[in-house]
Every structure is written in C-alpha cells, then in structure tokens.
Design a protein around this ligand. Structure first.
Ligand code: GLN
Ligand code: ZN
Length: 757
C-alpha cells in the first residue's frame, strides 16, 4: 500500500455532544417530539463540529464512524447483518436499530454489558446459528463521504472481527460466535474494497479484545484472518488498534501479518517489550501515549521518552491517545468551579488532543519547537507533588493503625445470634434495596435548589417529607426492615464524593454510560477525608418515624473508586483503603446514632476486575480488604448488609463470600435456585436475599409467582438465612407498580411463613 503515513491522531471520540445534544435529540425522537430529519440534522452537526475541531487542532488523520446513535457494537452488528431476526418486521431502519437497543412493548432488547473494564456499556450481539452474515456498509460509507466533503482527512474506524465475535454470545446452545470468524473475512475484504472506492486511504480496525487472555485457537484465528484481510489487493492501508491493555502474545502474531499499522496503548504497555518485537521494524506504530480514559494532564517528558524508546525500533511512529476519548468529558472550559491549581493538572478530551499535537511536534521537529508546552507540563508535575491536598498525614497514620488492628469481625454464627436477639425479626425478613421512585417532586426540588429558587433548609424539608412518605408506605405494606428511600441522592457515588475531601464534582463532565444515559464521574485527586457525617441525619430522621429498623445506606469503597476518575500517583488499593476508612467512620457514627442495620452497596465489585487472569487475584484481595475495612468497625450486634447487582458471579464468587457481610442481596435473574446453589457450592453460609422479582421491568409480579420462587429458594437455603427483597433499587420505577409489587412480595412471604409453621 502506498498510503501516506499520518503523524498525529486520536483513537476515537465521543458523540453525545459537548452539552449532551445527541441525548436530548434522541430522547425527543423517541418521545415523538422531533422527526428523523431533525434528529439526523443534530447528529450531522455534531459530527461536523467534532471533525472540524480535530482537524483544526492539527490532527492529520481524523477517526470517523465513531459516531453512533446508541452503541458502536450495535452498529457493527448492523454492518455485518447480525441483528436477531426478531426485529426484522420493523421496516424503518432507525426504529429497528433502536428496538434492538431498547426493546419494544413486545420485543426484548439485546443484553447490555460493560465494555472491558470501563464504565461504558455495549449491546451484546446475539449470534444464533440462523444468522448469515451479510455486509450493510451504508453508515460508514455515508460518514466517510460526509467527512471527505468537509475536507477532513478521514480514517474510518470499524470494530474488528475478532473483538466483535468475542463480545457476542451464542443463543440456544449454538456454536461460540468466534468459531465463525472465517465467515467474516470475505465481508471485511469486501468492506475494504468499498472504502477504497469511496476514497479512504486508511482504515482502523479496533481490536481491544486482543488485550485479554486468548486461547491458542483464537491467536491462530487472529493470524489467519488478518493475513487474509491484509493480503495484497487494492485496498486502503490497515491499522489494527488495541487498547485497555497490552497485546502480549498477540503482538508478534499481528506484526507478522501485512497490516500496515498497529495502534498500541502505551499507557498500559511496556515500550521496551514493544521495541523488542523485530517485525515492527516495517510497521507504522501509532503510539497511544496520551491516556484516553483518565483525566490527568500528560507528563510530556515521560511520554516523549516512551516515544523515544520506540523510535529506532519501529518503521515509523505516530502519536495518539491510548483509547477513544469517549471515556472522558469534552472540555475543561465549562468547569467554572475548578481552582487553578487543580485545573492546571487536568486534561479532558479537547486538552488531550492538544497534548497529542504537542508531542507529535516534539517528535518530528524537536522538543525546542514546543518548549513552552513542555515547561508548563513539567511545572504542573512539580506543583502536583507539592500540593498538600495529596497527602493528609493524619489520615495516613490512622489508616495504617486501623489496618494493623485487622479487618475481621467476630465469627459470623455468633454475630447472627446477637443480631437475631437484638432485631427480633420474623423468619424470612422482607426489605428493599434502598431507593424508592424518584418522584417529580424530588427532581423539581433538586433543580430549584441548583438554580437558587429554594434554599437548603427548604430542600431539606422537602426531602424529609419524601422520606416520611416512603416510611408510611413501607409500614402500610408491612415490610420488616425499612429504608429511607434515598431521595437526597442524585447518584450513589456522587452523593458521597460531594461530601468527602479529596474529590471534585464537575459541572459538565458528562461521559456516555450507555445509549443516551450519561454520568458525571467525580475526580478523586487527593487524600480522602470525611469532614462530617454524611448520612446520619437522614437515617435517624427516618428511624424517628417508625419502630421498625431502618437500614443505614452507604456506597462501598470499590464502587466509589470504580465510578470516579482516580488519582494515578498511588496504587488503587491505597486509594480504596482511604475511601474505606471514610465509610467505616460513617458506619460507626450510624451505629452510635442507634442504627442497627447498615447496608454497604458494592455493585461495581465485579466491574473493576482486571482483564488478564494473572491480575485478578491481586485485585480481589485488595477489593475485599477495602470492603472489610469499611464494615469491620462496628459491633457484632450491628448487622452489615451488602448488595451486588448481578447473579453471574463467575470469578468473583469466592470474593463475595470473603466480604463476610451478614446479609448479601443479589440479583437472581437466572433462577433463585441456581444462584443459591452457586453460593452453596463455595460454602457460603451467611444470610442471602436473592431478588424475588426483576425491577428492570415495569411488570408487577404476582403473589403466586413470588411464592413459588421463595419456595424454590428454600430448597437451597434454610429459612434462618433467607431474606426477601426485590433484586435492585426502585428509583427507576413508577410509584404504583412499586406499591403493587411490594404488596405481592409481602403477601407471598406471609404464605410461605405459614407453610413453615
Ligand atoms: N442502594 C442503591 C439503590 O437502591 C443500590 C443501587 C445499585 O445497586 N446500583 O438504588
Ligand atoms: Zn442493584
């Protein structure tokens, strides 16, 4: 291939819009408030602005086709004719696409799961044996044409065949999708021909799955498929891009094919190991030295040194981000509340593009041509080290003294005896996971407080009235262990981040989580301290309204860590322990205020699991320790609950037992029995609340249905250890369905208690 080598690029970019314009337009389209033409217009405007900004900033190759109306894996399923046939009856292509993403009143959507170890969620392709792959390249071709018409040096980005199939799931016991990889080769060859005809000189295939542990069969497939795709025919030059880790054994395999370029994540990988691969001497290496998924400003000298290590060992070198900037906010510009010190240390997507450009100039024309940028970067690194907020010696001393005291509680069986005596609960206690429906009154109060229309006192009064309503409701329903409903929490992580030292909550730092849903992860920049109690007033207020126990409700250290941007100057384990200490202090204060049950949610325990098996045990060890640190400060008579949002425990099942919570509530979407048997299989003997109905659906479960599922749960777990609860929080549900569902839950429990006699 004779494509000109580019020097300066990024792996991919966000699409939701700097002010979430695409979210608003898409939701308006779903609600029927705007039509397809208007939606397409918003999307095209966002693409144009994004491309213009990137090429004006100095990129000489701009990724296109990273736009998506919902998700890039769903786009790939459409590209390859791999949408399940159940949607085929929907004529309009966009409505069919959204049906696969979100379901319709009678069609289930595709399953959604996390994109590697990020907080982005993709739609899982269902690859049934019935599917015959066929190419549908309209989307990528039209985006390429659009970009070329705007004179953008466009490089179409497409998910590669290995990653697509490894992320897909078989249905009805069909063959594992990856076994069908050779069927995709001709489609990718065909696609390359079409892109060549449309004027593309480079094409990027994203293969992040190559940074995970691969079997010899998959490695052989990588070699076979990329040799075929990169064979000698009239096609654009190919860049295979990997991210979220290092390629290890896949690197020489790819390097031995004829692909022209490799995109490598140099934030994760060791540059010396890469420089040692002889086949790279003929390759264009696109070095991702600017971190695409965290928000810290790059240490330019360090990044330039990494580039220097590669320089003599690879054919040619370009500078890029380690992954798409989809995972970070758009720009620092709207962050008015940021102090100068902290601002100087941050780089969101726009600032990262400038860093890539600076590094590329330094590489090609010498560091002196960008002297000022390098001086600023060095000054920032120095000021960061001197910032007192990064080291709170009191906290560090307390942490090591608490840790040296150990993080175990008394034996679980003895705790149970004490707690049973203290709480006096009936068999099969009924409870809920924490949140109740987010009413419009709650949203209005939050908005009015933000705009200054109401003051804090008025806001508190309104939240208290919400709490009072939720307590009344639970008493009427006859639940045994009550919750306050979490009306005061905008988000289960941000709520705590706003009250802890060491965190900064952004004003506009939105990042796509899935589809039109965006989150604003807080920035954890310094040592964590808890200036004052965070939840005690709310819980004690709720407790004052009832004689039944009200659970204190906290978010666990691993989840707070997972859903924040975290400091990169110390091990994650150390940061987790600091958060854990703050949560531990909160549990002790709750206990002193008379709270007898405290739930510490850890829905993200499994999400942070490293991609490589060799890294997993180390992670699980510190994650479990952090949870135990946060929950072992209370007396044995205080009951600790935890909540996990999944039932496919897989590699974390041992860790769940090691958490040693007194009560663990879990999702039980597969079947109560299976989940409980998995837990029995590893000798789990604490109490458990397998969700008795799915809160993700608006359907109200019948009393009979719940009765049946409780009876089946009792076959696996004795009544003394079984709790009754829905499978997650209720904040996304409507008040009427919640009331009916919980009424049936209580009635079913009464029926099963009667059998127990
Ligand atoms: N306590 C939280 C709630 O009920 C738990 C949320 C979650 O599991 N993600 O909303
Ligand atoms: Zn949950």
């Amino acid at each position: 291939m004779t494509a000109e080598l580019f020097t300066t690029t990024i792996t991919g970019a966000a699409r939701i819009g700097p002010n979430r314009e695409l979210k608003r337009a898409t939701e308006s389209y779903w609600a029927g408030r705007i039509d397809r033409i208007e939606l397409d217009g918003v999307a095209a405007g966002l693409r144009r602005d994004a491309w213009t900004a990137l090429s004006n900033a100095g990129l000489d190759s701009v990724p296109v086709n990273t736009f998506s109306y919902y998700d890039q894996i769903l786009d790939t399923a459409e590209l390859l004719g791999a949408l399940p046939t159940r949607y085929a009856g929907i004529d309009d292509d966009l409505d069919r696409y959204f049906a696969a993403a979100r379901g319709t009143s009678n069609l289930a959507p595709l399953e959604m799961t996390k994109w590697f170890d990020t907080n982005y969620h993709y739609l899982v392709p269902e690859i049934s044996d019935e599917i015959t792959f066929t190419l549908h390249p309209q989307k990528v071709l039209s985006e390429l044409e659009e970009a070329r018409a705007q004179r953008v040096p466009a490089r179409p980005v497409i998910i590669g065949p290995i990653t697509f199939l490894l992320l897909g799931k078989a249905v009805d016991g069909g063959v594992p999708p990856i076994n069908r990889v050779d069927e995709l080769t001709p489609l990718y060859v065909d696609l390359l021909g079409r892109l060549e005809d449309a004027g593309a000189s480079w094409v990027q295939f994203d293969e992040p799955a190559l940074c995970t542990d691969l079997s010899p069969e998959v490695l052989a497939a990588v070699s076979r498929v990329y040799k075929a795709i990169a064979a000698d025919y009239s096609r654009p030059a190919i860049m295979v891009t990997s991210y979220f880790g290092d390629l290890r054994e896949a690197l020489p395999v790819l390097a031995k094919t004829s692909v022209e370029a490799l995109g490598l994540d140099l934030v994760s990988a060791d540059p010396d190991a890469i420089a040692a691969v002889p086949e790279l001497r003929t390759k264009h290496v696109v070095a991702g030295v600017v971190d695409g998924r965290n928000i810290w400003r790059t240490d330019l000298d360090k990044a330039l040194a990494t580039l220097g290590t590669l320089l003599g060992s690879v054919g040619s070198l370009a500078v890029s981000t380690s992954c798409s900037t989809l995972h970070v906010p758009y720009s620092l510009d709207p962050e008015d509340e940021l102090d100068d010190e902290l601002r100087s240390r941050l780089a969101f997507a726009a600032e990262k593009v400038s860093e890539v450009v600076t590094l590329s100039r330094a590489l090609r024309h010498g560091r002196d041509t960008v002297r000022e940028e390098f001086a600023a970067s060095a000054a920032v690194q120095a000021s960061r080290e001197a910032d007192p907020r990064l080291r709170n010696n009191d906290i560090r001393a307390r942490l090591s003294s608490v840790l040296s005291g150990g993080v175990t509680r008394g034996p679980a069986a003895e705790r149970l005896v004490e707690q049973t005596r203290r709480l006096g609960l009936p068999a099969l206690p009924t409870t809920t996971i924490g949140s109740y429906p987010q009413t419009s009154a709650i949203r209005v109060a939050r908005a009015q407080r933000r705009s200054g229309e109401i003051d804090n006192a008025e806001y508190q009064r309104r939240m208290r009235s919400e709490i009072a309503d939720v307590i009344t409701l639970q008493e009427e329903l006859g639940l045994d262990v009550l919750v306050h409903g979490e009306p005061e929490r905008n988000d289960m992580v941000q709520y705590f981040a706003e009250q802890l030292d060491g965190f900064f909550a952004t004003a506009n730092g939105w990042v796509q989580s899935y589809g039109t849903r965006c989150v604003r992860p807080p920035i954890l920049y310094g040592d964590v301290a808890r200036p004052t109690p965070m939840t005690v007033d709310w819980i004690t207020y709720a407790q004052s309204l009832t004689s039944k126990p009200v659970k204190g409700m906290l978010t666990g250290p691993v989840t707070i860590l997972a859903w924040s941007f975290v400091r990169d100057d110390q091990p994650l384990a150390d940061t987790a322990n600091q958060i854990a200490l703050a949560i531990r202090d909160e549990t002790v204060d709750l206990q002193s205020a008379g709270v007898a049950i405290i739930q510490v949610d850890e829905p993200a325990l499994r999400e942070l699991l490293p991609l490589r098996s060799s890294d997993k045990p180390g992670y699980l060890q510190w994650a479990v320790r952090a949870f135990r640190l946060s929950t072992s400060g209370v007396a044995d008579s205080t009951q600790i609950h935890t909540h996990l949002c999944y039932s496919e425990f897989g590699e974390v099942i041992g860790a769940i037992a090691d958490l040693d919570a007194d009560v663990t509530s879990i999702e039980a979407a597969r079947s109560r029995m299976e989940v409980l048997e998995d837990l029995n299989g590893i000798g789990f003997s604490n109490s458990v609340g397998p969700g008795v109905y799915d809160i993700h659906s608006p359907r109200v479960p019948s009393t009979d249905e719940i009765t049946e599922s409780l009876r089946s749960a009792l076959k696996a777990v004795p009544a003394q250890r079984l709790w009754v609860n829905p499978d997650c929080g209720l904040k996304t549900r409507g008040p009427i369905e919640v009331k009916e569902s919980l009424r049936n839950l209580v009635a079913a429990t009464a029926a099963v208690r009667a059998d127990l006699g």
